[in-house]
Write a protein that binds this ligand. Structure first.
Ligand code: BDR
Ligand code: CA
Length: 313
């Protein structure tokens, strides 16, 4: 096999974050250097606990887990228990984790790891609000040119927002962090709602997952069952969008996705459209292209990959 790709996962689990972590841990293509938790779907004490629950479910107690920021840079924390449940991982019975949380702060871990690795080695996979990454870039601007790329789930343009009419949750929660990232010069792959709303957890896809009959696929199906009820009601679809695993799947199989290079700016001035990702999809400005924006996905291929991989855990 070619050399494994070094990644740090920054996350706020969240059922779909959990599926993304499982997909990464099931994939030999990755060297998961560490997982940093951030406040988002639920507060930080729960997100860092949830990361460890997921690592234990995967049988990967060797993975280092760090707690990062407990609140956004400027605004008050907004959480989403109404989607993810009280724990953030409602659905299956997952036991309290016994593996330890690392003592080092997640932001320090990101800075130190990028600094000690060769230039262009570390990829950051972000599944939640971008607070930890913005803090790392602010504290250590020297790491920006060393980061290979940031692959993020966040934003929405043609689909609009899922938290306000204009804004997607991850960007809405910390728009100032997102704005800093899009001006950092780090290569960004942005996977917005325009893509993830096509990755629907239909009944047939969950049944195929459950049919694998492993402890992990059973837990994954139970996570999806809980998570999708909210979006099924909201969108009137068979299944809900499975956002965060798209980030990991893009790294494994970019051929399953399509998009284009665009300028993306983040709204931080207007309360009405706070956190909107203004994507210049049609190239109507001469603003610099600062992100590769994904719009389409082969959703059958994506679910086949996800199910096949997590069944191996
Ligand atoms: C994003 O927000 C969270 O609720 C999900 O985990 C995902 O990262 C989707 O808008
Ligand atoms: Ca998330």
């Amino acid at each position: 096999m070619t050399e494994r790709r070094a990644i740090i996962i920054d996350t706020d689990p969240g059922q779909d974050d959990a599926l993304a972590i499982l997909l990464a841990l099931a994939s030999p293509e990755f060297d998961v250097l560490g997982i940093t938790a951030v406040a988002g779907n639920v507060p930080l004490p729960l997100t860092q606990t949830n990361v460890r629950k997921v690592c234990e479910l995967a049988g990967r107690t060797d993975v280092r887990v760090f707690a990062g920021a407990s609140r956004p840079l400027v605004r008050d924390l907004v959480t989403a228990e109404y989607v993810h449940g009280k724990t953030g991982l409602d659905g299956p019975e997952l036991s309290e984790p016994v593996m330890e949380l690392q003592a080092q702060h997640g932001v320090d871990f990101i800075v130190e790891t990028v600094r000690e690795r060769a230039s262009g080695e570390v990829t950051l996979c972000t599944l939640g609000p971008l607070t930890n990454i913005a803090l790392a870039l602010n504290r250590a601007p020297d790491i920006a040119p060393k980061i290979r790329e940031i692959v993020m789930m966040g934003g929405g343009f043609f689909e609009g927002g899922n938290t306000t009419p204009a804004a997607e949750f991850n960007i809405y929660v910390d728009p100032h962090a997102a704005a800093a990232l899009f001006h950092s010069g780090v290569p960004i792959v942005m996977i917005p709602l325009d893509c993830t709303h096509k990755a629907l957890t239909t009944r047939a896809r969950i049944d195929a997952m459950r049919a694998k009959g492993t402890k992990v696929t059973d837990a994954a199906a139970a996570l999806i069952d809980f998570f999708e009820r909210f979006d099924e009601d909201k969108y009137g679809t068979d299944g809900g969008p499975l956002h965060d695993p798209c980030v990991i799947a893009w790294l494994l199989r970019p051929d399953l996705f399509s998009g284009r290079d665009c300028n993306v700016e983040i709204e931080i001035g207007s309360e009405l459209t706070m956190g909107m990702t203004v994507v210049d999809w049609w190239g109507v400005t001469d603003r610099p292209k600062n992100a590769h924006v994904i719009r389409d996905i082969d959703s059958d291929g994506f679910f086949a990959l996800l199910t096949d991989r997590i069944a191996r855990l």
